[in-house]
Design a protein around this ligand. Structure first.
Ligand SMILES: C[S@@+](CC[C@H](N)C(=O)[O-])C[C@H]1O[C@@H](n2cnc3c(N)ncnc32)[C@H](O)[C@@H]1O
Length: 259
């Protein structure tokens, strides 16, 4: 991975330090879905009556492929998953075989900006967790994604946002809400689901417990990254507290092109 890719992965997984990137396979070994909630995406698609079969989907930052595999199975769609972490792509390919959608899915290890630069296909659906600014700021990212969907296609995004005038300086700009960015882009929010705060807390807490356990196992073996590992877990706990205190919320949006 080059410097930009490492920075992007660090940001998207809230690692805090680029030195943890080499340890992702170990740290995230318990995860299938890494932060996304595919259940809400299914709801958005079904609520909008967009679940017809044979659609083409692009899952950007697909991690271990949980979203694309679920969409392929549920709607009989086909598609491409892109992630820059080799181990995640390998896990996605294995999972696609296990779940019986090997032929329907292709998983590619690539930086998403490189992938999009070379891409000529227009997709019915693009999934983007909005967890990296590798494409530019949020408005620029949405505009670029809008160019890769069909005229009647959609983009599904997920994002944290501050609940009430609260900025914790996570590196991602939370002073403006995703709704403001969407309004400034070429896309329009056709539907939005605000995650139930209890679900958000429950999932983030479970994920943090998994990471806690793996960090404790790694610490005696990798003392040279002790500070980075401890800071990573400390940040997770602080973030969890913000969710518990209702200071940060998360939502999923289905976006279509503005007419
Ligand atoms: C929060 S995770 C979401 C993964 C997946 N959507 C899920 O929930 O299982 C963010 C993912 O973005 C990937 N990523 C970060 N920067 C990337 C880039 N520049 N190109 C491709 N993938 C990237 C990371 O490797 C990570 O798997």
């Amino acid at each position: 991975m080059n410097f930009q890719e490492v920075e992007s992965v660090k940001q998207s997984l809230e690692l805090g330090s680029h030195r943890l990137v080499d340890f992702l396979p170990f740290l995230f070994q318990d995860f299938k879905e890494i932060g996304s909630n595919t259940g809400f995406m299914l709801e958005l698609i079904e609520q909008m009556g967009r679940g017809e079969p044979e659609k083409r989907v692009l899952d950007l930052c697909c991690g271990k492929g949980a979203t694309l595999i679920t969409l392929a199975r549920h709607f009989k769609w086909t598609g491409i998953g892109v992630d820059v972490v080799d181990d995640f792509i390998q896990q996605a390919q294995i999972e696609a075989v296990t779940k019986g959608v090997r032929k329907e899915t292709a998983f590619i290890r690539a930086d998403l900006s490189e992938f999009l630069r070379a891409n000529t296909e227009k997709f019915d659906v693009i999934v983007f967790p909005a967890a990296t600014n590798i494409l530019g700021d949020t408005v620029e990212s949405l505009n670029i994604l809008g160019e890769h969907i069909k005229d009647d296609g959609c983009v599904i995004v997920e994002s944290d946002y501050k609940s009430h005038g609260f900025n914790i300086g996570l590196g991602l700009e939370l002073t403006k809400n995703m709704d403001d960015y969407i309004a400034d882009s070429i896309l329009h929010a056709a539907r939005k689901i605000v995650w139930k705060q209890s679900i958000l807390v429950e999932v983030y807490q479970r994920d943090t417990q998994w990471l806690d356990k793996r960090v404790k196992e790694l610490l005696p073996r990798q003392p040279e990254i002790k500070r980075e590992l401890e800071q990573f877990i400390k940040n997770r706990h602080e973030h969890l507290q913000h969710y518990k205190d209702n200071e940060i919320a998360r939502a999923s949006w289905l976006l279509i092109k503005k007419i």
